[in-house]
Design a protein around this ligand. Structure first.
Ligand code: NDP
Ligand code: KPL
Length: 330
């Protein structure tokens, strides 16, 4: 059986770990820390979904990845802000040739990898998300599988994850190929009852998801409102629409246009938007750093590179940077 480690088994990673372990499709270990890790060791890892509780006991639960033997698959569900520091441990944990699947919101550090020579995205600066090239040089982009997450989850108590809606994962190779390793990971997820699809142009999916994150996460983080509550304020709804339009414009200018079927009106309809706290608001409430650069800062870099005007983004970004400073250096 494959050995799989979920590196950063918090809200999203905890959900995936419980699915894989309870289905018995892999030997699942988790890297976590603090009170959450202590609870997993003592009582197991529990997923609450539609009032049903499922508890699993990972093979190994540790905060020291060196405790683990080389793994056949590593699924990284850290926040983007934690990634550069984790690069050496990720590199050491891979069995030879093993893929590392990044399930993380925002523009990923491997954005420029796997594209045809001369594509404008191959030269775009990525220093904001991989500042000292720890990921690119330490892990290497050849290891990477990318992922897009549609799955609202929260760590509601140490050792306990609550899922608050439909889950779907989109996975892809940076070069868009339907490689055997991609198919194998997609099959693993499907066998564990996870809704999943292999994609041939994941950067388009990343932009489609970014539409949601950029129009929801910063506003909720700044106001404390849920995704639905924010739409009850007409001015905030207008700002959300402006942010949506800017992300769509950057996606087109970058050569990775969002899905033409993307239903913008549904994203702005309070009746269709969950009454959930997005991950960035969860971070503020927990006093954790927000993924400002992966979600907004790097988007601004792409916009500048393609000469797309983003006045709404340019207004929101410094507010979020200020809030981030207050949260992380109280
Ligand atoms: N939550 C959600 O509903 C959604 C989240 N996403 C995205 O998924 C990604 C993961 O988010 P989410 O699951 O919410 O994040 P979480 O913060 O819940 O999970 C990350 C976990 O990794 C732990 N961690 C961080 N660094 C280390 C380390 N060095 N060693 C061991 N454990 C570590 C964190 O611990 P600690 O808490 O102590 O920092 C935390 O438990 C993000 O990119 C997010 O934007 C996407 C869709 C929905
Ligand atoms: C889409 C949304 C807002 C909830 O799943 C998300 O991706 C997040 O919380 O970061």
């Amino acid at each position: 059986m494959k050995t799989v480690t979920i590196f950063g088994a918090g809200a999203v990673g905890g959900n995936v770990a419980v699915h894989l372990a309870s289905a018995g499709v892999a030997e699942v270990s988790v890297v976590a820390r603090g009170a959450h890790l202590a609870a997993i060791r003592e009582r197991g890892l529990t997923l609450i979904q539609k009032d049903q509780r499922t508890t699993v006991r990972p093979e190994v639960a540790t905060d020291n990845p060196a405790d683990l033997p080389p793994q056949d698959l590593i699924i990284v569900t850290l926040k983007a802000t934690s990634l550069p520091d984790a690069a050496p441990a990720l590199a050491a944990l891979r069995a030879p040739g093993a893929p590392v699947l990044f399930l993380i919101n925002g523009i990923p550090w491997w954005w420029s990898h796997g594209l045809p020579a001369g594509h404008p995205a191959t030269t775009v600066p990525l220093d904001l998300i991989d500042p000292a090239r720890a990921l690119r040089d330490g892990l290497g982009a050849d290891a990477v599988l990318g992922g897009v997450i549609y799955s609202p989850n929260e760590v509601t108590a140490p050792g306990e994850i609550t899922n608050r809606g439909h889950s779907r994962f989109l996975l892809g190779e940076p070069d868009g190929s339907l490689s055997p390793r991609l198919t194998s990971v997609v099959d693993l997820f499907a066998c564990a009852g996870i809704e999943v699809a292999a994609r041939t142009d994941l950067r388009r999916d990343i932009f489609s998801k970014l539409v949601l994150n950029v129009s929801v996460n910063p506003i909720c983080a700044l106001t404390g409102l849920t995704a639905r509550e924010r739409l009850l304020e007409p001015g905030i709804r207008d700002l959300s629409r402006a942010l949506i339009n800017e992300v769509i414009a950057v996606s087109h200018a970058s050569g990775f246009p969002v899905d033409a079927d993307l239903d913008v009106e549904a994203l702005l309809d309070p009746a269709k938007v969950p009454d959930a706290r997005p991950s960035m608001l969860q971070d503020v409430l927990a006093g954790r750093p927000m993924e400002v650069d992966a979600l907004l800062g790097q988007l601004q870099v792409l916009a500048r590179d393609r000469q797309v005007a983003t006045p709404a983004l340019d207004g929101v970004l410094p507010l979020l940077q200020g809030l981030n400073r207050r949260v992380t250096q109280p």
